[in-house]
Design a binder for this molecule. Structure first.
Ligand code: SF4
Ligand code: ZN
Length: 294
């Protein structure tokens, strides 16, 4: 038994704590930890007006801990808002990896009684990632940048076919700040503005993309999934280490280890920077339209 096991929960003061939040010092029992995570998701969704009452949701579910947790929490929340949910899944064609996760998604959706639509890169683009990797001429095109472009298109199509108003993805706080650094390192400042979590309508149907888990640490999502008994795929994509993301992730985790809360500070800074960038992009767009009108 660890010392944590002997301490009472700081919220209810009744149950024994099972989780210590290093960045806040809070000790939480299982029930209070689970509620705090779900409340954080609700708060993020409200703060950025992600979903309106009655919206039809398409939740992008890969079979990893983030997307399955997202599906679970949105399903729980939506029972009170009467929203309608479809889980959408993309099969990239990665042998020994995607088959297992697709199976996990199918079983989880059937347990929650949620419709699951699956489409493969092979169906849409007549090529899977394994094949594309073998065929690529240069390693300058990373697997993830190619896969990401395909995935965005596949998700857009699945969302349209499902008649969704909103597409929710499982990006967490760690993903968000890693992407910020990737964009800074590659000089892609435009993308930083577009990363602001307030949804922007796109396409003829005005679908919005949202990231309800954006305020949650990755390690807390893993703990949540384990506590809730949510099954998820634990093996990694064989191509993931080609991306600089893995190195940035390690670096940020090391910093967080010695300075708890550092990732939260970065997250809040990124929000402020991207908010300003979004506003500037809007102004430039307005000025351009005014000039072309004259
Ligand atoms: Fe695609 Fe890269 Fe994700 Fe693998 S790690 S599924 S290649 S984006
Ligand atoms: Zn408690």
């Amino acid at each position: 038994m660890t010392s944590l096991d002997l301490k009472a929960c700081n919220k209810c003061h009744v149950q024994v704590g099972i989780y210590k939040r290093d960045y806040s010092g809070e000790i939480l029992c299982k029930a209070c930890f689970l509620i705090s995570m779900e409340n954080k998701v609700k708060k993020t969704m409200n703060s950025f007006s992600m979903v309106k009452h009655g919206d039809k949701l398409a939740v992008a579910v890969s079979g990893g801990k983030d997307s399955l947790t997202l599906l679970y929490i949105l399903n729980k929340i939506s029972q009170s808002t009467a929203s309608n949910i479809t889980a959408i899944t993309v099969d990239e064609g990665i042998s020994g990896y995607r088959d297992e996760s697709v199976q996990i998604v199918k079983e989880f959706c059937s347990k929650l009684k949620i419709e699951n639509r699956i489409v493969s890169y092979q169906d849409l683009f007549s090529i899977g990632i394994d094949e594309a990797m073998t065929a690529r001429g240069s390693t300058k095109i990373s697997s993830c940048s190619m896969c990401g472009t395909f995935r965005r298109r596949a998700i857009d199509l699945l969302a349209e076919w499902s008649g969704a108003d909103v597409v929710a993805t499982g990006h967490n706080l760690d993903d968000h700040i890693q992407s910020f650094f990737i964009n800074v390192f590659s000089g892609d400042i435009e993308r930083i503005g577009w990363s602001y979590p307030a949804p922007v309508e796109y396409g003829t149907r005005g679908i919005r993309k949202v990231k309800p888990l954006i305020g949650l640490y990755e390690k807390e999502i893993i703990f949540y999934a384990l506590q809730r008994g949510i099954p998820f795929q634990s093996i990694e994509c064989p191509y993931m280490h080609e991306s600089i993301r893995t190195e940035i992730r390690k670096f940020l985790n090391q910093l967080e280890e010695s300075r708890p809360g550092l990732k939260y500070n970065i997250y809040n800074s990124v929000l402020k920077i991207s908010d300003v960038r979004l506003y500037l992009c809007y102004l430039v767009h307005q000025i351009r339209s005014e000039i072309s009108f004259l």
